[in-house]
Write a protein that binds this ligand. Structure first.
Ligand code: FES
Length: 146
């Protein structure tokens, strides 16, 4: 299996690994097939800007690389912008993932959304885009048409 240099880099030197105490929102998701677990911590300020983000991933190298890249992509962004993060965008930012590893990037998208849902609940905020959001583990966005 061929991994891009960026995947290897984010796997070997993950960015934003760790936890945030008293995080504004924490999201944990897992893939039942492989058993990997990803947790994302958000520190959101009053202007709904993600000041800091950390992750803990118990999972494969691609899950770690996508966690790392996903945190880089939403750091400093608004909640709205973070909502638009797709697993495909994360995979593309890593110069691609092998097809059998696309599901790992789905965890990154879902963990961010789960953390945002937790943030919304804790702060009594309604994020319309996340109303009724379903964590469909079997769903692989990598196969979707543009
Ligand atoms: Fe499970 Fe990568 S194999 S997330």
């Amino acid at each position: 299996m061929q991994y891009s240099e960026k995947v290897m880099d984010h796997f070997m030197n993950p960015r934003n690994m760790g936890t945030i105490e008293n995080a504004s929102g924490v999201g944990e998701v897992g893939n039942p097939q492989c058993g990997d677990i990803m947790r994302i911590y958000l520190d959101v300020d009053d202007n709904q800007i993600i000041k800091d983000v950390k992750f803990k991933t118990f999972g494969c190298g691609s899950a770690i690389a996508t966690s790392s890249m996903a945190t880089e992509m939403i750091k400093g962004k608004t909640i709205k912008e973070a909502l638009e993060l797709t697993n495909k965008a994360v995979a593309e930012a890593l110069d691609g993932l092998p097809p059998v590893k696309m599901h790992c990037s789905v965890l990154a998208e879902q963990a961010v959304k789960a953390a945002l849902i937790d943030y919304a609940q804790k702060n009594n905020i309604v994020i319309p885009e996340l109303e009724g959001y379903e964590f469909d583990d079997a769903h692989d966005h990598g196969d979707e048409e543009e």
